[in-house]
Design a protein around this ligand. Sequence first.
Ligand SMILES: *Cc1c(COP(=O)(O)O)cnc(C)c1O
Length: 380
Amino acid sequence: MTERIYLDHAATTPVRPEVRLAMEPYLSCDAFGNPSSLHADGQRAKHALDDARDTVAQALGAQAAEITFTSGGTEADNAALLGIMWAHQGRGDHLITTQVEHEAVLNSARFLETLGFRVTYLPVDEQGRVSPGDVSQAITDRTVLISVMHANNEVGTIQPLREIADIAHARGVLLHTDAVQSFGQMPVSLEGLCADLLTISAHKIYGPKGVGALYVRAGVPIEPLLHGGAQERQRRAGTENVPGIVGLAAAVRLLLPERDALTARLARLRDLLLSSLRACIPGVVLNGHPTECLPNNVNVSFPGGDAESLLLALDLAGISASSGSACTSGSIEPSHVLTAMRLPGWRVKSALRLTLGRGTTEDELCRTVDVLANIVARRH
Ligand SMILES: *Cc1c(COP(=O)(O)O)cnc(C)c1O
């Protein structure tokens, strides 16, 4: 039997063995201490936490005190939206976001609406990009925060974040960006993006699940989501997930020196995959932006295809792919991202997302195209 082919790296990535090794002492009787304890066991954990915070801060071009560890991207997004809107009620009650955000942002925004806040959900163009002009027009004197993701998890489209940051700051509005997808695959620096808040997640960069971080620019008031002990400078109560945080930092440390080379290799593989799909399957179309996109994302539609049955057939052939975001597949809801891009029904219905990763090989992609071409040919 041949090995399975994993092309769903936007859903999650395998934990690198080096990451697991780095975490191990903190899962054993070696270094199990509580970082809040003053004795030597506690202090060992505290040191690990401090080191991890330095690593994540340096990777983003931030200061250590600006990093709060969370239980993942979802919590960081919730903390950013709720925490900022709650803390700035004296200034206003208006949030601007987009129709193509991850559910963690969209559903936080919807929750804020039930609390009486007002939210504008900006449209995108056919390639999934927000117009900076629309952002500018949506700002009112009640606008507190703009939340626009760096790169989309379904189609890989990269947003014009720097332009949006300049518009936001010229009007005294804060900017949050969900950089969960981009962080592992392209340079993500606060100097470049100029965001006031930024979300990352460990399991999208070959780290463990259940841990992430939120950057909050120094001096920006934010209300915590969790109340309890004084951990994380009173921003996030609860004994820290030390093994997870150590794992996140280890993943970041491994990622940085290889990210540029990885980006280039993935982009080459992506082009290869796309050109062989086009050569082997008549009528296949790319969803998303052709150039302003993540190097590992290929979201394509097949005339006459149906994502559910394509995925099942691929799975049977040993290939893991996705029809969109992992959170909505399994249900028959059409993708909110493709719908917002106003693609014709057949493209929404037949969209398949193949996301490559560190371990992806040319051979795997050739086999995938063969299998897909066979599946599509069979149903005509
Ligand atoms: C995966 C993902 C999240 C959620 O992160 P978790 O750590 O799984 O909670 C948020 N935003 C984007 C863009 C993602 O891809």
